[in-house]
Design a protein around this ligand. Structure first.
Ligand SMILES: [Zn+2]
Length: 140
């Protein structure tokens, strides 16, 4: 009887000892989030975070992740995604406000290289103003 109890205690102790290792490894790249204010980096960070959430969901569906781990990781990623989106908002707002016309001769955004229609006023990718911004005409 006592052998069984000792075995259970040993297993629990082992589980507790190893769990933080696994967690730290999984979270290492999530928590290292000095967000780069550079727009390109923010956009790729956003994509990376979205695809990480998708991976997380599929791991969870396949039973590779416990509910607790899934919830913990998912909320970390969502927090990060939110921070990225907020940072993107700030950067995009600033770049629209201070934007000069950035169209290149070959019809691409000079800011990020996204091709655009002649009718577009703003880049669909980075939000930079494409059309020359005429100074507001003084109305009589
Ligand atoms: Zn652009």
């Amino acid at each position: 009887m006592s052998a069984i109890i000792i075995a259970i205690i040993a297993l629990v102790a082992l589980g507790l000892a190893f769990q933080p290792l696994f967690r730290q490894e999984q979270l290492a790249f999530v928590t290292a989030d000095e967000l780069d204010p550079n727009l390109e980096n923010l956009l790729s960070a956003r994509e990376a975070t979205y695809s990480a959430i998708k991976d997380l969901e599929s791991d969870h569906m396949q039973g590779k992740l416990s509910n607790v781990d899934y919830q913990t990781l998912r909320s970390k990623y969502e927090t990060k995604a939110l921070a990225i989106l907020q940072q993107l908002d700030v950067v995009e707002t600033n770049s629209v406000v201070t934007a000069q016309p950035v169209a290149t001769a070959d019809g691409r955004c000079a800011h990020c290289g996204e091709p655009f229609d002649a009718r577009d006023k703003f880049c669909r990718r980075c939000g930079a103003s494409i059309a020359p911004t005429a100074p507001p005409a003084a109305r009589p």
